[in-house]
Each structure stands twice: as structure tokens, then as C-alpha cells.
Design a protein around this ligand. Structure first.
Ligand code: CDV
Length: 314
């Protein structure tokens, strides 16, 4: 069986705070049309693709932010996207803010198959930023205020004749994200992101933002012998510059397609899922080479703990 998936990375330019969901969906459908004409089987959209990146706004009363969240999926605004994708036989990944019937809030993504059925849901686990207003920052990043850490773990789903995993933005910086999916056989990991060009948490030259963006996805594609697709929201969004740099990475760690603009732009590459097999028999044969008896610390502790004999000597 041929296991080649033509993947479209549908980078989105900025979404203004007052841009409607209908307008965002219309932009996505436009890119879906191009994806259909270029033979795509699967299209990846960004994190929080239906709204501006609202965690940059502080609100004392969190319930006043509910209008940024979706209470059902699909819903009136997104149904045309599901219908257009199903009509074209294209599956997709979509990021959005989820408000559950119990009143819980998550930064969520879904995987939809070529018939418009939701096959997988992921809720962002690594939430960056802070939970209170921090006036010294150039802009706020209040994901820890508006979202709970995801409670669904890192799953994989059978789609497009392969095993597909999902992550969201900051998750891509953590090796555990990919390894937990890699250990379940993920052959393709898809993720959306919104990354400002300024790091307000620590001083660093701006050029490192794009370097680290690609470094983490390329390294982890290589170390887990899988395809990684990272898709950005890009450009100046309400005064905040988002880096873009959407890309499709093969299991060697090399980038096959990369966005050239900071606007709505579809990048396309054919992903041969069988390209994962050779490195999985060799260098990254996990079952053969991993030494889990020495990895216990990774799940026992979160932060750095200097061994007692060394910290006593400090
Ligand atoms: N949306 C994000 O998760 N953004 C983070 C920023 C805040 C560093 C990222 O890792 O790109």
C-alpha cells in the first residue's frame, strides 16, 4: 500500500481583534481550495486559528473572555470549513479555544478526516506565559490565566494510512512531547503555533526565535524518525509581530517546504510515511537502543535537583 500523504501547511497572516470567525473561515476555505488544486490530503491550520491571539489581553474577570472560546465544534461559524474540506476529501488540523459544558477552558486542536468527522482531540499541555498582569512586559502572554493544562495526554490517531499525533505551539520546545508520541509509533506530528518575535520572558536576540522554532522541530523529527509539520499565525497582529516560518520536515530532520511570507500562504510537500521505517530499524530503533532503567528521573522530577552530595559542597 502506498503511504504517501500530500500535506498542506496553511499558514495564516494576522487576525485582527475585530475580525469575525466567518472571515477567518473564509480565508481558510480559500486555502483549502488551493490545497485541493495541489492534491492535498491533509491541511494543517495554526493554533487559535479562529481568533486573534487573545491571551495577549488581560481581563480581571475570566468569564468576560468567553467570547473568544468555542462551546461546540463544529459550530455555525466553522461548519462551512468542515463541509468544504469534506467536499474536497481533505482532512485537517485546526486549533481553537475550547470552553467545555463544565466551564473548563483549554487551548485545543482537533484532527478531522477526509469525510469531515472529528477523529482526534488534543488539549495543549505545555502552557507558556503567566497568569497575572505583568506591567513590565512589552505585551502580555496570559495562557496560564485563560487555559488549564490539557488533560488528554499526547495521543496518536490512525489517519491517512498512518499514525498521526498532535501538539500545540510551546509543546514543540519539549522533547517529551515528541517522544511520548514517538513511543506510540507516531509517523506524522502536526502542530500549530503563534510565536511573537520578542521573548518577553528573558532577553535574547530576536533572530533566535526563528532559529529555535526550526531547531526543535527538526531535531525532534530526526530523533523520533517522524514527519513534523509546524504551521504559524504570522505577521503583525494588533501590534505584536508573529514570526511565521511554517514548515514541513521529513524524518531526516530536513525542511522540505517552508513559508516565504508572513501572510496566508499554503506550503505543500508529499510525505512518504514509509520514510520513517529505515531510521526506526537503525539509529532510532527505540526498543533496541533505549536504556529506560536510566531515565526514571525524567518522570520523577520536573525541575533541576542537584545531587545532595554536590549541593552540600556548594
Ligand atoms: N503560543 C505559544 O505557546 N507561544 C510560545 C511563546 C510564548 C514562547 C511559543 O513557545 O512559541
Amino acid at each position: 500500500m502506498v503511504r504517501k500523504v500530500t500535506i498542506g501547511g496553511a499558514q495564516m497572516g494576522p487576525i485582527a481583534p475585530d475580525e469575525s470567525r466567518d472571515s477567518c473561515v473564509a480565508r481558510m476555505i480559500e486555502m483549502l481550495r488551493e490545497a485541493a488544486s495541489r492534491g492535498c490530503d491533509l491541511v494543517v491550520f495554526p493554533e487559535l486559528a479562529l481568533t486573534t491571539f487573545f491571551p495577549r489581553y488581560y481581563e480581571e474577570d475570566i468569564s468576560r473572555m468567553d467570547h473568544w472560546f468555542e462551546t461546540a465544534m463544529p459550530n455555525t461559524a466553522t461548519r462551512p470549513l468542515f463541509e468544504a474540506a469534506a467536499a474536497a476529501g481533505i482532512g485537517f488540523y485546526l486549533g481553537y479555544a475550547e470552553l467545555t459544558p463544565e466551564g473548563r477552558r483549554f487551548n485545543t486542536s482537533i484532527l478531522v478526516d477526509g469525510s469531515g468527522q472529528i477523529t482526534g482531540k488534543y488539549r495543549k499541555i505545555h502552557l507558556p506565559g503567566h497568569s497575572e498582569f505583568e506591567p513590565w512586559r512589552a505585551f502580555q502572554h496570559l495562557e496560564k490565566r485563560y487555559f488549564e493544562p490539557g488533560d488528554l495526554g499526547f495521543g496518536v490517531w490512525s489517519q491517512h494510512a498512518g499514525l498521526v499525533g498532535m501538539a500545540i505551539c510551546n509543546d514543540r520546545r519539549w522533547p517529551e512531547t515528541y517522544r511520548v508520541m514517538g513511543l506510540q509509533g507516531a509517523e506524522l506530528i502536526v502542530l500549530g503555533y503563534n510565536t511573537p518575535d520578542t521573548n518577553t520572558s528573558e532577553p535574547e536576540p530576536n533572530h533566535l526565535r526563528m532559529f529555535h522554532n526550526h531547531l526543535v522541530m527538526q531535531a525532534n523529527a530526526y530523533m523520533n524518525a517522524c514527519w513534523v509539520v509546524g504551521v504559524a499565525k504570522a505577521g503583525v497582529e494588533d501590534g505584536c509581530m508573529l514570526i511565521g516560518g511554517s514548515c514541513i520536515i521529513q524524518p531526516s530532520g530536513e525542511i522540505l517546504a517552508r513559508a516565504a511570507t508572513l501572510e496566508d500562504e499554503l506550503i505543500v510537500a508529499v510525505a512518504d510515511l514509509d520514510a520513517c521505517a529505515a531510521p526506526r530499524r537503525g539509529t532510532f530503533n527505540l526498543g533496541r537502543h533505549r536504556r529506560v532503567e536510566h531515565y526514571g528521573r525524567i518522570v520523577r522530577q520536573a525541575g533541576i535537583e542537584i545531587p545532595a552530595d554536590l549541593s552540600a559542597a556548594e
